[in-house]
Ligand binder design. Structure first.
Ligand SMILES: Cc1cc2nc3c(=O)[nH]c(=O)nc-3n(C[C@H](O)[C@H](O)[C@H](O)COP(=O)(O)OP(=O)(O)OC[C@H]3O[C@@H](n4cnc5c(N)ncnc54)[C@H](O)[C@@H]3O)c2cc1C
Ligand code: FES
Length: 286
């Protein structure tokens, strides 16, 4: 984890109220992975004390440029939109645990709801670089909020769903998943909690729907992987990136916990934000 002064090099409103900002931050660009995030401090003259968490949207290690993609929802994000090239922001990162792709996985299904695209966008770059095939299912309220395909690598198969049917599939993005669940070796999702909960439900029933037999237990096998371990994520069909309001983002304040299936609270900033979907107690109501 490093504390760096990241210099703004470009700032664009790519969709109504949604901004893409590029920063020169070579120390963050080196070694950060898809699924991790930065904790960003607004400037002294903003009047804001708490840092704000943002996913790494893309990273170019060669140029040292990182991007964040955010929606203006309050004072902090509004303040960021008034920055000009050359201004610097204080960023702490990389924080949290990344997505884990099994070395045998060839077909990755990415599912994003709205701003959740920022959480999985970088995984598409990493997967294409590693020679994998990527299908990205994206859901939005209407055509006005659809992430521009021009911002994605050409290799990604991009499929859109809108709630009002103004473009793409008319309905929820989760309705597109059954078509791809046999093709996909692993799936990765980021978006609103109800979407993640629905996907976790689909993932739980996938084996039975596809008629995949459970393998018999090998000697010495069957010991569960510790919750939050890279191995548990790598073995899961579905990994989800969770969002909780955060205070410290370094594991100290317990302001970001969600409940695991074993009843152990998990800090989204430390054990997450990426979890195997079957690690989370979705009905616990945290
Ligand atoms: C790990 C992680 C990664 C994130 N990545 C992104 C990202 O890539 N792009 C993006 O647009 N947003 C992201 N968020 C949410 C983002 O941090 C909040 O939108 C931001 O902090 C709001 O700051 P603000 O000062 O503008 O709003 P505030 O004035 O602080 O709050 C305004 C509204 O935003 C809500 N809000 C505040 N903090 C959060 C939060 N942490 N999560 C969800 N809602 C929040 C509040 O409940 C309130 O309704 C992420 C959150 C987490 C935990
Ligand atoms: S935000 Fe403080 S423990 Fe996670």
């Amino acid at each position: 984890m490093r504390l760096v002064a990241a210099e703004l090099v470009d700032s664009r409103e790519i969709l109504p109220g949604q901004w893409l900002q590029s920063f020169h931050a070579p120390l963050l660009a080196a070694g950060s992975r898809a699924g991790q995030f930065v904790h960003v401090r607004a400037g002294d003259w903003s009047g804001l004390v708490l840092r704000r968490p943002f996913s790494f949207n893309t990273i170019d290690a060669a140029t040292g440029i990182i991007t964040i993609h955010f929606r203006t929802v309050g004072k902090g994000t509004d303040w960021f939109t008034r920055l000009r090239p050359g201004d610097t922001l204080d960023m702490l990162g990389p924080l949290g645990r990344p997505f884990e792709v099994d070395s045998r996985s060839r077909h990755l299904l990415l599912v994003a709801g709205g701003l959740g695209i920022a959480g999985v966008r970088m995984l598409a770059d990493e997967a294409i670089r590693d020679g994998r095939q990527v299908v990205l299912l994206f859901g939005a309220a209407s055509a006005r909020e659809v992430y521009p395909s021009s911002l994605l690598p050409d290799e990604v198969e991009y499929i859109v769903a809108t709630d009002d049917g103004s473009i793409g599939h008319h309905g929820f993005v989760t309705e597109l998943v059954p078509e791809y669940e046999a093709w996909a070796d692993q799936a990765f999702a980021c978006g609103p909690a109800p979407m993640l909960r629905a996907l976790a439900g689909l993932a739980a029933g996938r084996r039975e729907r596809l008629g995949v037999a459970r393998l018999g237990r090998k000697k010495g096998a069957g010991r569960p992987d510790p919750i939050g371990s890279p191995r548990a994520r790598r073995k899961a069909f579905l990994q989800v990136s969770m969002e909780q309001n955060m205070g410290c983002a370094v594991g100290a304040c317990l302001g970001c916990v969600v409940m695991s299936v074993t009843g152990t609270p998990q800090r989204v900033c430390r054990e997450g934000p990426v979890f195997a979907s079957d690690e989370i107690a979705w009905e616990a109501g945290w």
